[in-house]
Write a protein that binds this ligand. Sequence first.
Ligand code: CA
Length: 233
Amino acid sequence: MNKPQILVVEDDVPVRNLITTTLKTHDYRYISAPTGETALMEASSHNPDVVFLDLGLPDMDGVEVIRRIRSWSNMPIIVISARSDDADKIEALDAGADDYLTKPFSVEELLARLRVTLRRLAILQEDNPSGASVFVNGKLRIDYAAGTAFLGEEELKLTPIEYKLLCLLARNTGKVLTHTYITQNIWGSSWKSDLASLRVFMAALRKKLEAEPGSPDYIQTRIGIGYRMVKVE
Ligand code: CA
């Protein structure tokens, strides 16, 4: 397999150098762009495997860059934001970003996010070429055609909403799904009451799915943002 190529969009030179040096020492190929306009140009001409995107760019809001890329490509986008404000991350995720890093971040964190994203890409390309009807992750197995889910040999006794929730997360393994995205998909709305319901259903689902619901293996919480199913080895 070719070395993955990463597009690094960041106007802050020290941060950009930190990222590109890290990528280089870990054997990734990279291209970099200091503005939104150059980012869009590089993204369309090189079709990179993953994009690291700073939200605060001099010429354009990073969220706008995501929207424009999403109009023609599903390439994974990991947002890098100095803003600790959750609203920005939620906006970026709802615009189609896959994950986010908050500045300051460690090199290990950056590499970990990149590995998760590349693994997700590999799953999408290999496991599900024609919309496979069975999903497998660790001991979890979902038979979409039969509408059943198993943990090892045991069938999970899920309510229709718990099952829908599980399938939504499974189909987006590796991607952070915001509360709004999930409630829109499950209930078709995103009222405050839906968010409260989501918490209740998620707790119920975890009780059935996770060996230790307090430290879940399958479904991670991103506090204030949403949930993500992770690939279990
Ligand atoms: Ca910036």
